[in-house]
Design a binder for this molecule. Structure first.
Ligand code: PNS
Length: 168
């Protein structure tokens, strides 16, 4: 296969608990850069997530369907990220960097992943500055205390947050 026919698959891993407009911004940017993008949710119940993995998969799928991204799929994984990416034929890991405070942890992860699997490259993307202060943790905290999170998460996620927290 010629060099320019090679299709590049990227994995965008994370907890996505919940999925925010910052995550969505990164997906949109990634779709312009890579042929195929897999949004991969870590299955880690020890983190005591607000939404189950199944709920998160459905939510992200709903958002992606609404926006008609053709080259994005949603999946979940456990174990080492680089092993999952290798099984999926991916050569790129996408991570978002908001502020300098994210950098140290992200650098450690990227270098560890490179050591584990040198054929996979981490690519850092920056979401729009409009989303640079959004984190899933703060969204959960604000929503849990009755604050308004519209504009911070997609409407589908906002509705599910409301439902989940009313039921709590
Ligand atoms: O959204 P998060 O919680 O910051 O995502 C962290 C994630 C899922 C990317 C990271 O915890 C991960 O890759 N976990 C899988 C286990 C693994 O490969 N650990 C070694 C990473 S250096």
């Amino acid at each position: 296969m010629g060099q320019d026919q090679r299709k590049v698959t990227a994995v965008y891993p994370g907890s996505f608990d919940p999925f925010t407009n910052g995550h969505l911004d990164l997906i949109e940017r990634s779709t312009h850069l890579f042929d195929h993008l897999i949004v991969a949710i870590l299955r880690n119940e020890t983190k005591r997530p607000l939404f189950s993995v199944a709920e998160r998969v459905v939510m992200i799928e709903e958002v992606i369907e609404d926006l008609r991204f053709p080259n994005v799929e949603v999946d979940s994984f456990e174990g080492l990220l680089v092993d999952y990416a290798t099984r999926k034929g991916a050569t790129v890991l996408i991570r978002g960097i908001r502020a300098i405070s994210d950098y140290e942890y992200e650098l450690q992860m990227a270098l560890m992943n490179r050591r584990l699997q040198p054929a996979i490259e981490t690519v850092f993307l920056m979401a729009s500055e409009a989303y640079s202060f959004i984190s899933s943790r703060l969204v959960k905290e604000v929503a849990g205390l009755g604050g308004n999170v519209s504009g911070l998460v997609p409407p589908v996620v906002e509705a599910r947050l409301r439902k989940k927290l009313q039921g709590a």
